[in-house]
Every structure is written in C-alpha cells, then in structure tokens.
Ligand binder design. Structure first.
Ligand code: NAG
Ligand code: NAG
Ligand code: NAG
Ligand code: NAG
Ligand code: NAG
Ligand code: NAG
Ligand code: NAG
Ligand code: NAG
Length: 587
C-alpha cells in the first residue's frame, strides 16, 4: 500500500490535471444540527428461528460477532424471530427424540417448528458475552389463552437468564388477517387487548415475579411489517402504526393506546417496525412505496417513552435476490441505510439472517440452491457491519453515546451520502465533531471479485464499466484544528457488482472460520487551514474520517436533539440506484 498522505497528494494532483470531480461539503453548524443518539450496538441481526441451529452449530457467527464487540465494546444485539416464530410450538418431548424438528408441507414450506424447552439452552451460551437477546413468542397460537407462548416465555427465560432483554409477541402482526390467523376485526384495538392479556399472564407468573425487578425481560411492541401507507396485501383494518398504537384516548374517539396504562408503558422496552425496501414476494408489493415517513413513527415512540427500532430488515424480501443482495453495491447501501436510520431516530437496525437466504451477510454451511451447490461463506454486506462498527466505536463510558446527523447539500444526493458523528449528545457544550462518513453511491462495475462460492454463480456480473474507475475529491469544511490528523478507514470493493474481495482498509475475514485476516492499513489526512480536509475516494466506496483526539479548536458545534420533528422520510439519501437489474432501492 502506498503511504496514505502521499496517496492523497497524488490523487489531488491527478484531479487537478484531469479535472476530476471535486465536491465541496459544508457541515451544518449551530442550531441547524439535528442529531439522534448513535448507540454502539446500532447494527444487529434477526435470526429466523428455524435457522438458529444452523448458525450456532459452527463457530463462524460467534467469531464474526466477537470481532465487532472487540471494536465497539458491545456485541451486536440478536433477535430470534421471523415468520417461523408464529409457527413455533413447544412440547415436552418430540417424536424424533431431539430438541427441535421442522415440519414441512407442500413445496417444502415450513408448517411447524417444534421445540422442547431444552432447545433454548442449546444456543443460550453461543453468542459473545454481553449479547442482548430478544425472543419472539408465538402470538398466533391463541388456544387456551396463549398457553404455548406462556410456556415458551418461561422456558426461554430459564435458558437465557439475564441475556434475555425482551420478548416480542408475534412477528409482523399486521399480516395476521391475510394469513387467517386473526379475524376481520384484527387491528390496534384487538392487539392492545391481547397484548395486555398475554403480557399480563407472563408478568403474573411466579418465575417472572422472582426475577429481580431490574433484570426482568421487557417487551418489544409493535413488530409491524407494512405500515398503512405501504401498498401491501391490505387487510380490512390496516391501522397498525406506532402512532396509532401509542395515542392517548383523548387523541382518538374510540380507544386509548398501549401507553394509556402505566403498567403497560413500563413493560415496553422498545417499538419495532420491519421493512424490506425491495419486495419480491408478490407483485402487489413490487415496486414498494418510495417514500416512507419514518419520522412520525419515531416521534410517536419518543412521546411514548421508548425507542423505535428497525426490528427486521434487509435489501430484498423473501430471502433476498442474488446479484443485488450479495454485491458490494448492497454493502454500501447497508451502511447508508443503518446510518440514515440512526440519524432519523431508529435506534437499532436488525438485518435478517437465514442460513440459506440470498441476502444473509454470512451463511454457516453449504447448501443446494437453484441447481447450484453453494458453500457457507461471507458476503459483502458483512463488511458493512465491520465498517459501521468503526463508525460507532469510541465512547468507553457506557453511559455516553455518540450522536449522528445526516449531511445535506452535496452530501445528500443519489451519488453521495454523508454523515457527521458527534461526541456527546446531552451535554451540548461539550459536543463536537468526532467523525465524518461519506459514501459514493455511483455504480461502477469492475471485472474483479465477481464470484463468491457462497452465492449463485448465475448472477455474477457480466456487464462492465468502461475506462478507468472515476474518483472524486471531497473538500470538507470541518471544525477540526489545522495541523491535526484525521484517521481514514475505507470500505473497499472492486466494483458495485463485486461479490468478493471486499475489505475494510485491508482487513478481511476467513469465509470458513469467520476469523479476521490481515492488518488494517493506516491512512491519515492532515487538517488544513480553517479545518479544511481534502480526501479522494473512488466511485462506489465509503470512507470514514475520525479525529484522533477529542479536542477542537475554536467554535464547537452544539447539536440539538430532534425528538419531535415531523418531516417526511424519503429524502433521496438512500436512493441507491441499482441500475443493474433495473431495480430501485429507495426508502
Ligand atoms: C384465534 O386464532 C384463530 C385462528 O388462528 C382466529 O381465527 C381467531 O380470530 C383468534 N381469536 C382471537 C380472539 O383473536
Ligand atoms: C385473558 O383472557 C381470558 C379470557 O379469554 C381471561 O380469563 C384471563 O383472565 C385474561 N388474563 C389476563 C391476564 O388478562
Ligand atoms: C391510524 O388508524 C386509522 C384508523 O383508526 C387509520 O385510518 C390510519 O391510517 C392509521 N394511521 C396511521 C398513520 O397508521
Ligand atoms: C434446475 O434443473 C432442472 C432440471 O434440469 C430444471 O428443470 C430447473 O428449471 C432448474 N432450476 C433452476 C432454478 O434453474
Ligand atoms: C445510550 O444509549 C443507550 C441505548 O443503547 C441508552 O440506554 C442510554 O441511556 C444512552 N445514554 C445516554 C447518555 O443517552
Ligand atoms: C436531503 O434532501 C431531501 C430532499 O431530497 C430533504 O428532504 C432532506 O431534508 C435533506 N436532508 C438533509 C439532512 O439536508
Ligand atoms: C482518479 O481518476 C483519474 C481520472 O480518471 C485517474 O487519472 C486517476 O488515476 C484516478 N485515481 C485513482 C487512484 O484511481
Ligand atoms: C452493471 O452491471 C449490471 C449487471 O450486473 C448491469 O445491469 C448494469 O447496467 C451495469 N451498470 C453499469 C453502469 O455498468
């Protein structure tokens, strides 16, 4: 690797000669900065219950997750949930003599996932120490007042103990009418009744009452797939939204929300929504809504006193789409999606994992798919996680969070996206610019790293961009002191179409073991007069700039919290245009 500073000088010189694109970026200042907390475990995973065994039978996932924890100080949060959560039935023993069994019907679709109480214990200690776990109970099975879910809650808590932070009641409950799991009257009002009944039973249980109060698992409420404005398989009522769930009776004529009763409010640790920006399950949802108003949902959760999370998501629904979900383009999209979500107030984002899904960031073992034999492996979007870990890492005091703001202007376009990370959020006077992230979202199809033995070869790129890969020079006006150094970390890939040879500043991961490989290359850039920073990045690349020490000179930037904004989400920052496949991933 060339020495960083000389590289930058060389690029700057080249850009002068060739007239390469130069972009000037201004940072917001003073009261214009709208930030939200950037928590260290902003990036998590949601594991489909039937795939938990596959993921926990090899050390790969544990090694990968531990590598994140070693950077951020906090392992990624894990939610065990998904469609098969509402197909999970607990039995004392199973006919196969094991602690789990998948019952499949026509076309191998899962009909039931049967487990014994011992199943939870089989994976309870798999995840790195300090991992927060969420477990989704079967809410569909309402026989005997949810006796199945009540038994699950006790058994999963017995196995996981204080690692179990929250339960969910069901998965994507707004699809329950469509799946014939609820009647035509299913909506917020019925949900609240049933939420109160099931949580009431769990909370009243002896085992729950015996847990010290501070360690009692809470509940992640909501868990909606498609908010009313998304053109999905519309159900009769379709009133599930965080706003409707949390309104006070005084705001509505018919009923109060979940926060109406103090005992319910105290039980709710967070609210969750799900989103797959590209949906291929059915034609009705393709193309999906392009403008998703997240801010009103965030504002509603803020008013209700609990954070909102993106509880299950990925690029393309119904297990993903090879050629999009498993490319470096999707990796850049993933970084943008998590950071924009955080800037808008989605505290955490959980990416869905299935051991045989085309969108999974990593897969544990090989399998047959669409007439190809795939190996277990690591896809480019794993590197998004490692890059985001570098973005959130820093605060050693666990009571302090960084905060994040999306940049506007030139760094808010379909080809360039930018974020500013500040240290401190509550103590405004001490807040200052700590890091900057830029993503070049232009499409550049390279000729290297086209295949990955864990993905379908039939979707490997066959169209290539011509000429030299373009690059752009960013001139950023920062509040950093002249003469100080900013450390540079890059998310690098051979092209938007690449499925392998992705690194974070030279670091890669062994696709078999999940062990980290290689040394991180060091690169830094010196801050010029008045905080000017100049850096060059190639098309389809992400770069993180981080101030080495926490001191600023001159003016400090006092971010303000943006708790109650009602702006519309859908600003085009996420408009990563996948011209390949002719699909738009818009949010
Ligand atoms: C209980 O579940 C059944 C089918 O799963 C459904 O038809 C019924 O509406 C549910 N009852 C209530 C009160 O939600
Ligand atoms: C749940 O509903 C049943 C009737 O369907 C009732 O008997 C029971 O008391 C309720 N439990 C709670 C905790 O609300
Ligand atoms: C809230 O519920 C009403 C029905 O009561 C529905 O018409 C509306 O679409 C819902 N609004 C949101 C934002 O979910
Ligand atoms: C797999 O191979 C069979 C038999 O050659 C063929 O009928 C089928 O269309 C192939 N499936 C895919 C997804 O290519
Ligand atoms: C930091 O974020 C965590 C959530 O991950 C929260 O519990 C904690 O209160 C936050 N700390 C501050 C100082 O805001
Ligand atoms: C980014 O641009 C969109 C319009 O395309 C706008 O709504 C949004 O507020 C902008 N974001 C910032 C941080 O300026
Ligand atoms: C940047 O782009 C220019 C023009 O295509 C080219 O001459 C130069 O080599 C590029 N630099 C890098 C590092 O790719
Ligand atoms: C990149 O490759 C995809 C196919 O993988 C193709 O659809 C797209 O047109 C190409 N785009 C460019 C800019 O080369």
């Amino acid at each position: 690797m060339p020495k960083p500073r000389s590289l930058i000088i060389a690029l700057a010189a080249a850009s002068l000669v060739t007239g390469q694109e130069t972009t000037s970026v201004k940072l917001p200042s003073g009261d214009n900065v709208k930030t939200r907390p950037l928590v260290r475990d902003v990036f998590g995973y949601s594991i489909e219950p039937i795939w938990v065994n596959a993921y926990t039978e090899t050390p790969k996932a544990s090694n990968l997750l531990a590598s994140i924890a070693s950077i951020t100080g906090k392992p990624p949060p894990i939610r065990v949930g998904g469609n098969t959560a509402d197909q999970t039935y607990q039995h004392a023993t199973l006919p196969n003599g094991r602690d789990w069994d998948v019952v499949r019907g026509e076309l191998s679709t899962v009909q039931q996932f049967n487990v014994t109480p011992a199943w939870y214990g089989a994976w309870a200690d798999y995840f790195p120490p300090g991992t927060d776990l969420i477990y989704s109970l079967n809410f569909r099975a309402n026989e005997s007042d949810w006796a199945n879910a009540v038994a699950q809650a006790e058994a999963v808590h017995a196995a996981l103990g204080s690692k179990l932070k929250m339960f969910e009641l069901g998965n994507e409950i707004d699809h329950f009418i469509n799946k014939h799991w609820r009647g035509a009257d299913w909506g917020v009002e019925r949900y609240i009744d049933q939420f109160r009944n099931l949580t009431g039973q769990i909370v009243a249980s002896d085992w729950y009452q015996e847990i010290p109060e501070s360690q009692r698992p809470k509940f992640q409420a909501g868990v909606f797939a498609d908010p009313p404005w998304v053109p999905d398989q519309h159900d009769e009522i379709d009133d599930f939204s965080i706003e409707n769930l949390t309104t006070l009776a005084t705001d509505r004529s018919r009923v109060g929300g979940l926060v109406e009763r103090e005992q319910d409010k105290a039980l709710i640790g967070s609210y969750a929504m799900h989103l797959y920006p590209q949906s291929t399950c059915d034609t009705a949802r393709c193309p999906l809504a392009k403008r998703i108003p997240v801010r009103p949902q965030v504002a509603a959760a803020d008013r209700a006193g609990a954070p909102l999370v993106m509880g299950e998501t990925n690029s393309v629904s119904c297990s993903g789409r090879s050629g999009i979900s498993d490319t470096f383009g999707a990796a850049l999209w993933t970084v943008d999606y998590v950071l924009l979500g955080a800037a808008l107030g989605l505290e955490k984002t959980y990416f869905h994992l299935g051991a045989q899904s085309e969108y999974s960031a990593f897969t544990p073992v090989g399998y047959e798919l669409k007439n190809e034999t795939l190996e277990g492996g690591i896809r480019p979007n794993w590197y998004s996680h490692y890059f985001v870990a570098k973005v959130v890492a820093g605060p050693t005091d666990t009571n302090v969070n960084y905060s994040i703001a999306a940049l506007g202007g030139e760094a808010n376009s379909s080809s360039l996206s930018g974020y500013a990370v500040y240290s401190g959020v509550a103590e405004k006077a001490k807040s200052h610019l700590k890091k900057l992230v830029f993503l070049d979202m232009g499409v550049w199809n390279g000729t290297e790293g086209l295949g990955n033995p864990s993905t379908l070869a039939v979707t490997d790129g066959t169209m290539f961009s011509e000429g030299a890969r373009p690059n752009r020079t960013l001139n950023i006006a920062t509040s950093w002191c002249a003469g100080s150094n900013a450390i540079v970390t890059r998310l690098l890939g051979p092209g938007t179409n690449a499925k392998s040879r992705v690194t974070v500043s030279g670091v890669s991961f062994d696709p078999e073991s999940g062990d980290m490989l290689g040394e991180e290359t060091t690169e830094s850039v010196k801050v010029g007069k008045d905080g000017a920073v100049t850096i060059t990045m190639r098309q389809a690349e992400a770069v993180l700039l981080e101030m080495e020490d926490a001191t600023t000179c001159g003016e400090t930037l006092p971010p303000t919290s943006d708790a109650a904004s009602t702006n519309i989400y859908g600003n085009g920052v996420l408009a990563l245009v996948f011209s390949m496949m002719g699909l738009l991933l818009l949010m």
